[in-house]
Design a protein around this ligand. Sequence first.
Ligand SMILES: Nc1nc2c(c(=O)[nH]1)N[C@H]1C(S)=C(S)[C@@H](COP(=O)(O)O)O[C@H]1N2
Ligand SMILES: [Mo]
Length: 181
Amino acid sequence: MTSNISSSHRARAKLAICRSLAPTLLLAASLLPHTPEAQAAGVTLTISGNIGKFTNQPARSYVFSETEFNALPMREINTATDWTPKGTFRGPLVRELLARVGAQGRQIKFYGEDNYNVTIPASDFSKYDVILARTWNNKPLQLNDFGPFWVMYPIQNMSTSETSGIFIAKLAWQVTRIEVK
Ligand SMILES: Nc1nc2c(c(=O)[nH]1)N[C@H]1C(S)=C(S)[C@@H](COP(=O)(O)O)O[C@H]1N2
Ligand SMILES: [Mo]
């Protein structure tokens, strides 16, 4: 994908337009939750599978609204990645997110909007302070720029052997959905 993380002028212009359309878009989003309108009205994160708490009982899924997500306790990771210079990622701990939905499973599958997915053992989230990053240097991650959510490990505190090999496949970006297995 093309990185655009340091120049977000177009994204900001789009946001201003979206704000003025917010009431219309919110209505559209409530009727059609998976449309581009829903994306503009508010970013959501859906967790499903082996969980014990639901916002949608029939679907057995828990959908975090942008407001609820942003109210979670936040952690910061200051690191460079293969794709970004040294900077600050902020988001809740993945283990905290999993606890909020009563997750029971041993394997956690992260789905990207680009159809990428990766399954990570739940033990990683007790071993490492992994966050689901929502911002980079205080700017929300945009869908065309690794957002809305990016699985981020505290790379700066990890040894070379821990971050070599298949490790980087765990850094799933464009995440919108998580399945507990
Ligand atoms: N959403 C999403 N996240 C992703 C990927 C992807 O294709 N889509 N590729 C993964 C893999 S397999 C690796 S090795 C790293 C690096 O991907 P790259 O080699 O395409 O830069 O990002 C990971 N995160
Ligand atoms: Mo990879």
